[in-house]
Design a protein around this ligand. Sequence first.
Ligand code: GCU
Length: 406
Amino acid sequence: MSNKPERSLGDYQLPRLWGPVSDRSPEAWRTQRAPQIVEAFAANVYGRTPSGGGVEAIVEKSRVDDALDATAVRRELTITVSGPRGSRDISMLLFHPSNISAPAPVLLGLNFQGNHSTTSDEGVALSRAWVKAPAPRGNQARRWPYDQAIARGYAVATIHHASLEEDRPGAAATGVRGLFHTAAQMERDRQPDHWGAIGAWAWGLARALDAIGSLPELDARRVIVHGHSRLGKTALWAAAQDQRFAAAISNDSGCAGASLFRHQAGENIDMITQNFPHWFCEAFNRFQHAEASLPIDQHQLLAAIAPRPVHIASADLDAHADPRGEFLSTVHASPVVELFGGRGTVATEGAIDVPAAEATAVEMPPIGVRAGHQLSYHIRAGGHDVLAEDWKHFMDFADQNLPDVS
Ligand code: GCU
């Protein structure tokens, strides 16, 4: 599957990486072009994140010093996040190595079904937040191999996405967005670029980063934001907006995540906006059946995170997320990585944009092999999931690329 040629070579035209910016220096990328791209994503896809808001308080609810066979400290922290209209409490579950000589780098990601679903540890409080389906303790544990991360010196922090905002249409006023606007305001001022749930969750990740900054055992300069599927879309959007994230990882994030909209396979804008209208801003609906008129495409989201490292993961049976489209994003973002002296998934030798016909001829790496460096990619055998095998690649990527802060 992975190495089949495209249906027709070069049949998509991508927006130019540099757009109208003529100074093509690393500095110009960082200060002019990346902010333009983030702005275009805010205006057309995810909506604008309001400024203001922050963390009001952090309270430790539980702490166990001999978790995971006495290799880790397990803590639950209640973080009070606030906006102009109020505050809400969210719970962060944290594991960090017990014997640390220096603050630990952190893998930070949202979870789908509650912190208790990520571990069979009976001490972790059951989440009372909304869930789509019943979520017994530990039922997502295979997606969260905490012991593996601890063994490699990483801390792992997670928050239930629905504790920030419920994952359903009509929940804006009762979640993070309700900290900024009333339901009546949202209705009255209906703006095409009003932020969606992905924006609200990404805001929550930034608040989690604020909280990490107050914990001396953790290194806030080495936080890798990661996520699976809708939460992988969220991780990329969080990293693009907030320069403090040291690196980003998206797993099977697909449409409106790592995959190119213009590579027409798997989910498209019509499907995603019909099924998940609450994730995006209203302006995004204009592009149903009109991918070619979007002013951006997802390679630019990856490139907007540069020079910070990015890793993209796919699964070969996950056709809905379009693995080939996810890989092609990395190919088309590679020139920007090279601009900063790094290496992406393909060598572009100074090409400003990789032509589609050339990109479509690039073979994907074999199953299980991570290709690239500062921008890297791997594809795993199997379906839509995130497994220990994926985490191994995440940590290889992080080991190789995290800034040396010693
Ligand atoms: C649906 C949706 C995807 C999303 C996925 C998930 O399949 O169509 O866009 O990534 O849910 O979050 O698991």
